[in-house]
Structure formats: structure tokens, C-alpha cells
Design a protein around this ligand. Structure first.
Ligand SMILES: Cc1ncc(COP(=O)(O)O)c(C=O)c1O
Length: 469
């Protein structure tokens, strides 16, 4: 698919359009604004997670069902955000609701083992060809666990991540997420740049960074750190910078290099897993990692995360010498725990989602709808000569207002934020809700219909026509 023939945007018209749409947004969200003011009194920025903030202010939501979501001011949207990709099953899928309702009345948590965990673990084994599975409650937890397992397994300290990749909010991976141009260093050998205040300086040496989709540069980084790298952590499709698929052969080469250098290969499938295919990126690209990290859509809307891996690597949780000794007594064993891990409510939701909602037969339809949305948006871009392109891989896609194809973080820096912002509010004001950020992507669910997709394309076309003048 060629990038549309470029034209220069009329910046003045864009600025006017953007101002008008933001004014309309302010006017129709008075209850949101009141709630935000109240929330600011007791919470930094008025939100529970800094991801919920965007300019000029986030919309407060009240209710959702299927592909629809309603804000506190009573506006209905077709939801293409789907909670940052949590909801491939749709909002409150009846199977998930029923399973949770049934479970809640019979005990929500024991912290003793229960019969509910193994069936979910077996389903993850089947999909991702892993031997052993453990559970957590968020993507952050399981990428943190995976890295500790890799360190325990290899006896090494350093981890390698790719520039622009997001793997959660723990110190190891809050490095070089969206680094400033003046800090990021050479493209082939990026600096390790902290993505937050409060990251220990020692982390800058413990986490090394390579450019995504550049196997030669990765090899050079690994050679410079020969014998030091415990793990390579990578999203099979880089999502924090739009939708960036691996170039042909890239993931295969990452696999080879991890093996050659004795590093554990971790696929962060928090977003891709059970969404871009039944078996996530692992199935889609036919490359087997040592550990796969899952969260978001596996829980059907409840907080569930999992990590699965080969028996050898996951075996460090059991350790060798004293398998029944106390959890913290041994340095030959990797600690993995959590009060809420595998709680019955989360497991009921996950089992319903994985075995009764996201079944193998739904993936061709998700693919078809995703392709339809991309083709429709691309046709709009082409018709009105807007600088950008539409892209999807299965259910996840985006319109990226970039003059060139994005293959890694350095390409992403050229994104037109002003154009994206006008686009976002124009669509939101007309009932099409996208993820609130130019770096995010839509997620389609089993609840979305062809009519939902066509409505999205039609509103995008209205935007493009008005911008073209
Ligand atoms: C690829 C990836 N990994 C990890 C995470 C962290 O997951 P959580 O927000 O559940 O901690 C995210 C969250 O967006 C993600 O996109």
C-alpha cells in the first residue's frame, strides 16, 4: 500500500478547525469538567492513571456495552479505543458478565489455590505453545516478573529493550519510551533515556536500548554487551508509536540473536496477544519466544495478566534444590507472587473470554473488519491528499499522520500532532471515539459491526472534506 500523494495542509484552516472542535468539545462536556475539578482536589491531575490525561482534558465516562460507550454528559460514542485494547471481547460481553456474576456470589478471593486457574493456564499453553504459566493482574506486573525470571535464569543483570517500546511502568522498562530528540543519541546506538523522574541512575546501565526493525544495529549492541544481556524484551508489533509491524525477517533475527547471546527472548504480547490472532504475535509471525507476557484482552475487561514460557526458563520459579522451602529463603529460586494472582473472579472472566468469546472462528471476521476500516480510511486519505496512511494488523490499526512509513521511533517523531488533534475532536464530537493519543491505535471487538466501521469512515471523510476546503 503506497502512502498517499502528499499535499501541504492549509495550516490556517487546520488551526481554525481545531479551535472550533475544541470549543465544541468544551461546550458539550460541562459535567465532565465539573467532575474533573472535583477530582483534582484529591488526585494528581484528577485521574487514577497519568495515561488518562490528554489536552485539553479527558472525558469522564459513565457506561458502556458492546461497541458503545456513554460519557457523563450523556453522549453516545462508537468506541474504537476499547480501553487501550483491553476489550477485543467488547464491553460487558454477556458471556463474561454471566461468568463473573456466577462467581462473585460464591467467593471472590481465597489466596489458597483454587480449581479455576489450571483451565486458563491450559488455554494459554495451547494458544502460545508455552509449557508453564503464572498469573498477575496487569501488564506491568508480568513484564516485571518476566525480566526477573530472565535474570534468575541467566545470572545476568542487563536487559535490552527497543527505543519507543512501552512495557509498563516499572523502572527496568521506563527507559527510552518517547525520548526527546536532544537526548536520544545516534539512531544505531540509542542512549538509555529515563522516561520519568525517580528512575535510579543505575537503571541507565541496566537497561540498554536498540532501534526496532534494525537487526544489524541490534547485533552490534549485543556484541558490545556480550555475555551481559539477560533478556531482550520486544513487542512483536510496536504499538506505543502507532502500529509498527516487524520488517520481514526482523523477529526471526531477534530470535536467532537472543539464542546466540544466551539471552531470554520475551514477547510483550500485552496488546497483541489474543487480538491480532488466536495465538497473538507469536502465531502471526511464527516466531517462538522463551516467555510471552499477556494482559489486556485476555481478561475480557477484568484485570488479568499472565506470563508463560518454556519449562526450562519458568523452572527458575520452582528452583532446583529445595522446591518446598519458604518463598524467600533461597537465592536459586525466582520470587513470583501476588495476593490477587489467579483470583477466581479474574479466572472466571478469562476462561469465559478465551473459551467462549475469542474463539478461533472470530479472528477472520476481526481481520475482515480491520481491513475494511483501513481500506476506507486510506481511500479518504487518497481522495483528499492528506499526508498520512492507514494501517492495521487484524483488529488493531490506526491512521498515522506521518509523511513516511514508520518503521521505528525515529520515523515516528515526524507525526503531525496538530492534524491528529483536530481529527480526534472532530470525530469525538460526532460520536466516533478513538484512543486519545496520536501514538495509539484502534481496537475492533467481536461487538463491532460493518455499520460501525462504515460510520467511522464516513465521519473521517467529513473531516477530510472540510479540511481540504
Ligand atoms: C505493550 C504493553 N506492555 C505493557 C503494558 C502495561 O500494562 P498495564 O497498563 O496493564 O500495566 C502496556 C500498557 O499499555 C502495553 O501496551
Amino acid at each position: 500500500m503506497a502512502i498517499t500523494e502528499q499535499t501541504r495542509i492549509n495550516r490556517q484552516r487546520l488551526a481554525q478547525l481545531s479551535a472550533r472542535e475544541q470549543a465544541a468539545y468544551r461546550e458539550r462536556t460541562t459535567i465532565t469538567r465539573a467532575l474533573l475539578e472535583r477530582a483534582k482536589e484529591s488526585m494528581p491531575m484528577g485521574v487514577a492513571s497519568s495515561f488518562q490525561v490528554y489536552d485539553p482534558y479527558p472525558t469522564f465516562m459513565k457506561e458502556s456495552r458492546g461497541s458503545r460507550i456513554w460519557d457523563v454528559d450523556g453522549h453516545e460514542y462508537i468506541d474504537f479505543d476499547m480501553a487501550f485494547g483491553v476489550l477485543a471481547a467488547g464491553h460487558s460481553h454477556p458471556e463474561v458478565v454471566e461468568a463473573v456474576r456466577d462467581r462473585v456470589g460464591r467467593g471472590t478471593i481465597f489466596t489458597f489455590p483454587s480449581e479455576d486457574t489450571a483451565p486458563v493456564a491450559e488455554e494459554i499453553r495451547r494458544r502460545f505453545h508455552v509449557d508453564m504459566v503464572r498469573f498477575g493482574n496487569s501488564g506491568t506486573e508480568v513484564t516485571m516478573d518476566a525480566l526477573r525470571i530472565a535474570r534468575g535464569y541467566t545470572g545476568r543483570d542487563t536487559i535490552l529493550k527497543f527505543e519507543g517500546g512501552y512495557h509498563g511502568h516499572h523502572d527496568d522498562v521506563l527507559i527510552s519510551i518517547l525520548p526527546a530528540a536532544e537526548d536520544m543519541g545516534p539512531p544505531d546506538a540509542p542512549n538509555s533515556v529515563p522516561a520519568s523522574a525517580g528512575i535510579p541512575h543505575s537503571q541507565l546501565t541496566d537497561t540498554v536500548v536498540a532501534p526496532y526493525n534494525n537487526a544489524g544495529a541490534l547485533e552490534a549492541v549485543l556484541n558490545r554487551h556480550r555475555g551481559e544481556i539477560a533478556a531482550i524484551i520486544v513487542e512483536p508489533i510496536q504499538y506505543n508509536i502507532g502500529v509498527v509491524p516487524p520488517l520481514p525477517g526482523f523477529l526471526e533475527r531477534v530470535r536467532e540473536l537472543a539464542t546466540e547471546h544466551g539471552a531470554v527472548l520475551i514477547f510483550d504480547e500485552v496488546k497483541t496477544g489474543v487480538v491480532v490472532a488466536y495465538g497473538g504475535g507469536t502465531e502471526r509471525f511464527g516466531v517462538q519466544p522463551d516467555i510471552v507476557c499477556l494482559a489486556k484482552s485476555i481478561g475480557g475487561g477484568l484485570p488479568v495478566a499472565a506470563l508463560g514460557g518454556s519449562a526450562a526458563v519458568m523452572g527458575v520459579i520452582e528452583g532446583g534444590a529445595h522446591p518446598h522451602a519458604s518463598t524467600f529463603g533461597s537465592s536459586d529460586r525466582v520470587a513470583h507472587q501476588g495476593t490477587y494472582n489467579g483470583n477466581p473472579v479474574s479466572m472466571a472472566a478469562a476462561l469465559a473470554t478465551l473459551t467462549r468469546v475469542l474463539t478461533p472462528d472470530v479472528y477472520p471476521e476481526l481481520e475482515r473488519l480491520g481491513d475494511r476500516l483501513t481500506a476506507g480510511c486510506q481511500a479518504v486519505l487518497d481522495e483528499f491528499h492528506l499526508p498520512g496512511y492507514a494501517i492495521n494488523i487484524g483488529a488493531k490499526g490506526a491512521v498515522l499522520f506521518s509523511p513516511k512509513r514508520i518503521t521505528n521511533y525515529r520515523d515516528f517523531i515526524g507525526l503531525d500532532d496538530e492534524l491528529w488533534s483536530a481529527f480526534y475532536f472532530f470525530l469525538a464530537n460526532r460520536g466516533i471515539l478513538l484512543p486519545p493519543g496520536p501514538d495509539e491505535q484502534w481496537t475492533l471487538s467481536v461487538a463491532h459491526t460493518e455499520a460501525d466501521v462504515d460510520q467511522h469512515i464516513a465521519v473521517f471523510r467529513d473531516f477530510a472534506r472540510e479540511l481540504a476546503g
